[in-house]
Design a protein around this ligand. Structure first.
Ligand code: NI
Ligand code: MN
Length: 225
């Protein structure tokens, strides 16, 4: 199992039977070094919520690769109306895919889909994902504030927890440290910071404060194995 950071909340996850993207915000992402055209043989795309820095280039990449998008029911409707193959789930639901199981976890956040004409389409509830790949468990929290629900994740024996730390829209460093204590994952990868001025965060301060998990600060394009 291999995780590549594409900047902001976007990750590429590769396993024996899967090559998946999570929240593929590529084109508008000021720090992303990848191009949409370089993302080939993608089998699945996970979308945590409808905001443009997460839904990103999902439609184009899904169509280019004939990939299946795993998302909530409302975003699934929006995408299938635009010709994208989807598998919809909802909060608390778990499903066994060919590559492993996926559980949709709660996130404390919005999910409106902002259209270019200024309209906002209902994107259901924001979520996170607990994804099993090659018998490793990855938790991508999506955009979320700190919740007591995260304590339940301790029982999941998570190998890698990917958490937002940038504040303003999500947990800041201090809340993400608390989340790390709740979740007790073996490894943590921080995300959703420094992309924009309003989510500036000291990632080294975060790494220093986390005691029970190993924190991996990934640069864009960097791989965690
Ligand atoms: Ni958001
Ligand atoms: Mn966001």
């Amino acid at each position: 199992m291999k995780i590549t950071y594409l900047g902001h909340s976007a990750f590429l996850i590769e396993g024996d039977k899967i090559k998946a993207l999570i929240d593929p915000f590529i084109k508008g992402n000021p720090d992303c070094t990848s191009e949409v055209e370089d993302l080939n043989d993608i089998t699945h795309i996970f979308v945590t919520h409808g905001h443009s820095d997460h839904l990103g280039d999902t439609i184009e990449i899904a169509k280019n690769n004939n990939a299946q998008v795993i998302c909530n029911f409302e975003i699934g409707l929006y995408l299938s109306q635009r010709g994208v193959k989807v598998h919809t789930m909802h909060i608390g639901g778990k499903y066994n895919f060919g590559f492993g199981s996926v559980k949709m976890t709660p996130a404390l956040h919005g999910s409106g889909i902002d259209e270019e004409d200024g309209n906002v389409i209902c994107g259901g509830n924001a979520c996170g994902f607990l994804i099993q790949v090659d018998n490793k468990k990855i938790y991508h929290a999506g955009d979320t504030g700190l919740t007591m629900d995260m304590m339940l994740l301790k029982d999941e024996n998570i190998d890698v927890a990917i958490l937002p730390i940038g504040g303003n829209y999500t947990m800041d460093v201090n809340d993400a440290v608390k989340a790390s204590e709740f979740i007790n994952a073996k490894n943590i990868i921080p995300m959703h910071y420094n992309t924009f001025a309003v989510i500036k965060a000291d990632v080294h301060d975060f790494a220093q404060q986390v005691k029970n998990s190993k924190v991996h600060i990934l640069q864009h394009g960097e791989i965690f194995e």
